[in-house]
Structure formats: structure tokens, C-alpha cells
Design a binder for this molecule. Structure first.
Ligand SMILES: Nc1nc2c(c(=O)[nH]1)N[C@H]1C(S)=C(S)[C@@H](COP(=O)(O)OP(=O)(O)OC[C@H]3O[C@@H](n4cnc5c(N)ncnc54)[C@H](O)[C@@H]3O)O[C@H]1N2
Ligand code: MOO
Length: 438
């Protein structure tokens, strides 16, 4: 993001979205790498170059259920004039004890089983009589139901070329070649490769542990009845879900009442398990805005949190600082539900992804045509309206209004429409930038 050069924190300063984001990201470092079990490393960034220790496949093996044969024995075979071979045994996947295939012999072989010595190719069972003495087989009989299938005679109906239906040793990877480079994000396919080459653990940057704290004496958890003046706590749930979605291990702390001592004690308790703390609510100018009241007073060993006004709507009031002995980053988001979510998308998500060591920390932005007029975006502020992006027509339609309490519209949006600071009106058909939320 570009930023202006004025970084002084004068209380009257109004921060641009870009400057606040730059300031947050400049003070956050990727977490130290640790060794994690493979599945715990999902979604993490690899910090080692992984080399293949063993060839894959480790041995020549069959790609079909069928018969391991010598090519000359089945040359010219047809259904009318089949090649009759003596079955000398079964080779199941996992077998180490292999029969040797001599002239005129075959072994029943299963997909993934090692090609036995002497065999040059595999004939699928469908090209044989399956040892029944009848017509073409559709399948093999289970060994448990017909142990005799591993012996007797099989009639082969078609010839095969050398190495047909054989997966060669090392045809996937060879020992010593690079498997994955440092910097790779471990998704399911990368975890497949690591497991296949025998890696049970890898060195990665861990997922950040993010503590999400709702604040406000009016808040009641969903599932409990509301008393007079109360509302359900939705922010701590939305932000916890968003933190998980960003890649974090998220811990939700139920709503803390508007009491400075309780808030201070709760934050102190949570610091032990947090790489990042996110609060919602209590950052404006009211008489009960205890997040601001409590955190603005921190000093010395406790660290510090600065409260700012941003040229942004929603999301004007924001707090950011480094607190506690480890200087844990804390982002204090405004309480209005849409404000807290939009603030998360713009500032917390990139912070989480920076802690993870990821390169792409921001949501993808696209420029698309707006289907409706947008009027009265506040001058001098970057407005983020909720929108429904249609990738087929390349358009976006605003959902709901600008109110930062409109949770339903948020739930029906799949993008944020960014209206620049110097723009107040957008006409239907004009192009706008959208941040894609999916
Ligand atoms: N006189 C002024 N008043 C306000 C200003 C201002 O500049 N001058 N700014 C407004 C803006 S913009 C915002 S945003 C809010 C921010 O307020 P707070 O961060 O102090 O948030 P609260 O007052 O605690 O709550 C605001 C609103 O959101 C509801 N809320 C809070 N937490 C939750 C939650 N976990 N789940 C669901 N809803 C929540 C709360 O009940 C309030 O309705 O300040 C404006 N005021
Ligand atoms: O900035 Mo507040 O976040 O507009 O509702």
C-alpha cells in the first residue's frame, strides 16, 4: 500500500487506511518456525527445502488388477486362441515374498503390488478368463472366497507390450530431487507429497494464536434470552470465524463487561496464549468506552496502544499497539458489527497472514462495473460498502445501505466495494474496486 510520509501521532491526525495498514504491518514480524506434525502444518508456510529421500514409486508395481506375465508367452493371443499360462501364486499389495515367473507362467497381481522377477508386463484381468475356463472375466474372485484362484491356469485373450500396466520405480520422483521449496504453503496436495516421501513432520511458521475479545455490558451470548437493552454478541463470533478463515488458531473470549479492571485482568490472562489480540467495541468517545480508557493508559513494561481516527467509513475509530512483556500486537476494533468485520478484513487479516509468513496477505481486488448508483459516500473518507459480485457478468451490486449495524446485508455480501476518498458518487455503469471476500 502507498502511504503518506507524515507518521506523527498527533491526536488530531486523521490516518488514511493505507497509513494505518502500513503502520500495523511494519510492526508485525513472522512467527519463529517450529517443527509440526504434518496435519498440524496444514495451511502453514514451509521454511525448509524438502528433498526426496526415496524414489516414488519405490519399486516397479502394477497399475491394474491382473496377471504378471512374460511378453513372449502372450504374443498373438486372442479370445479364440488364448495363451494358457500356469498361475504360480498371488502378489498382493504389500507382499515382499515374490514368486519368480518362468516361461509359460503367470502370477495373479493386484494394483500397487511389486512386479515379480521374470515378469515383464501386466495383463488386466478383463483381458483374461480370470482362471475360470470361461469367457472374459469382469473381476477377480476374492482370495478368501476362492483360494484356488492363486493357482491353476489362466487364459489370456490379448498380447501386451513390455512394461504395459507397470508403474516404473522413480517415475514420480527420484531420490535426491527437490520436493518442495521453502516458502511453499502446505495445502492438501503438498501434504500428500510430504506423506508419500515419508515426512511425518516439517518445519513451518506456525498458525498464530489469536485471542478475540468482545466487550460491552449489553452483550449476551447467542442461545441465551435477551433482557431489556441487551443484544446478542455477534462480533466475537464473526471475528473468531474470520480469524480461523485467515489461517489462525482463534480463541474466543466471551463478552467482557464495560469495566476497566475486568478488561485489564482479562487481557493479562490472555497474553500467555496470544500471538495477537483483537478486541471489539469500546474505542469511541462514550463514557463507557473502557477499551480505550484502559489501553490508552498503558505505559512502560505494559507496552502501549494508540487510538486513532481513520479516514474510513465504517471503521473510523481504531486502536493499535504492542503490549505485555512479549510486545504482543493488539488491534482494538470498533464495536459496530459491520465496522468490526470490515476492520478485520482490512487490518487484522493481513496481520495474521504476516505472522504466518505468507506473501499474499491482502484480499484480491478486482475492478468491476457497478450496477447501481452509489450516492453520498462521505467526502475525504474511503467507504467500504457491502456488495454482491457476479464474476460471470463482471459486475457488483450494493447490498443494503452504509449503516454499520446492518448485519443481514453483510451476510448476503461477498465483497466490499471500495469508494475512494475523493469520490462521493458513483453512477450505475461506472467501474469500482471490490475486495473479494471468498
Ligand atoms: N459522539 C460520537 N459517537 C460515536 C462516534 C463518534 O465519532 N462520536 N463514532 C461512531 C462510530 S463511527 C463507531 S464505529 C462507534 C464505535 O463505538 P465503540 O467501538 O465504542 O463500540 P461500542 O460503543 O461498544 O458499540 C457500538 C455498537 O456496536 C454494538 N456492539 C458492540 N459490541 C458488539 C458485539 N460483540 N456484538 C454485537 N454488537 C456489538 C453495540 O451494542 C453498539 O450498538 O461509535 C460511534 N459513536
Ligand atoms: O466508523 Mo463507524 O465504524 O462508521 O460505524
Amino acid at each position: 500500500m502507498s502511504g503518506t510520509t507524515d507518521r506523527t501521532s498527533h491526536p488530531d491526525r486523521v490516518w488514511s487506511v493505507a497509513d494505518h495498514m502500513d503502520d500495523v504491518l511494519a510492526k508485525i514480524r513472522p512467527l519463529e518456525p517450529i517443527e509440526l506434525q504434518l496435519l498440524d502444518a496444514q495451511g502453514c508456510v514451509l521454511v525448509e527445502d524438502v528433498t526426496v529421500p526415496i524414489a516414488l514409486p519405490p519399486f516397479d508395481n502394477s497399475s491394474m488388477d491382473g496377471y504378471a506375465v512374460r511378453v513372449a508367452d502372450v504374443a498373438g493371443a486372442t479370445e479364440e486362441y488364448p495363451a494358457a499360462l500356469t498361475v504360480v501364486g498371488d502378489v498382493a499389495a504389500g507382499t515382499g515374498d515374490l514368486p519368480t515367473i518362468g516361461p509359460g507362467e503367470a502370477a495373479r497381481i493386484m494394483t500397487g503390488a511389486p512386479l515379480p522377477p521374470g515378469a515383464e508386463a501386466v495383463v488386466p484381468v478383463e483381458w483374461t478368463d480370470g482362471g475360470t475356463g470361461g469367457g472374459p472375466a469382469a473381476t477377480m474372485r476374492a482370495h478368501s472366497a476362492d483360494p484356488a484362484g492363486a493357482s491353476g491356469e489362466v487364459r489370456v485373450h490379448r498380447p501386451v507390450e513390455a512394461r504395459a500396466h507397470v508403474r516404473a520405480r522413480g517415475s514420480d520422483v527420484t531420490a535426491g530431487e527437490p520436493a518442495l521449496a521453502a516458502g511453499t504453503v502446505l495445502g492438501p496436495p503438498q501434504i500428500a507429497l510430504l506423506a508419500a516421501i515419508g515426512r511425518g513432520s516439517v518445519t513451518v511458521r506456525p498458525r498464530p494464536r489469536v485471542v478475540i475479545m468482545g466487550t460491552g455490558s449489553e452483550l449476551v451470548p447467542p442461545g441465551e434470552p435477551l433482557g431489556p437493552g441487551q443484544i446478542h454478541d455477534s462480533n466475537s463470533f464473526a471475528l473468531t470465524a474470520a480469524a480461523r478463515d485467515a489461517g489462525a488458531i482463534a480463541y474466543r473470549v466471551g463478552a467482557v463487561t464495560d469495566d476497566a479492571e475486568t478488561l485489564r485482568a482479562t487481557i493479562e490472562d490472555q497474553l500467555i496464549r496470544a500471538d495477537l489480540i483483537v478486541t471489539s467495541g469500546g474505542v469511541s468517545v462514550g463514557a463507557y468506552d473502557v477499551v480505550k480508557e484502559t489501553l490508552a493508559d498503558l505505559s512502560g513494561e505494559e507496552g502501549s496502544v494508540e487510538f486513532r481516527r481513520l479516514a474510513m467509513q465504517p471503521g473510523k475509530p481504531q486502536g493499535f499497539g504492542l503490549i505485555g512483556p512479549d510486545r504482543t500486537p493488539l488491534l482494538a476494533l470498533p464495536g459496530n458489527p459491520v465496522s468490526s468485520y470490515v476492520s478485520f478484513e482490512l487490518f487484522v487479516r493481513p496481520a495474521i497472514r504476516t505472522l504466518m509468513g505468507l506473501q499474499d496477505v491482502h484480499r484480491f481486488t478486482e475492478r468491476v462495473r457497478c450496477t447501481e448508483d452509489i450516492t453520498s459516500s462521505p467526502k475525504g473518507k474511503r467507504q467500504f460498502l457491502r456488495g454482491r459480485h457476479d464474476p460471470v457478468s463482471g459486475t457488483v451490486t450494493p447490498v443494503g445501505g452504509a449503516g454499520s449495524h446492518l448485519v443481514k446485508a453483510l451476510a448476503h455480501a461477498n465483497c466490499l466495494i471500495a469508494v475512494p476518498e475523493d469520490v462521493t458518487d458513483i453512477a450505475a455503469g461506472d467501474e469500482v474496486d471490490v475486495l473479494l471476500l471468498g
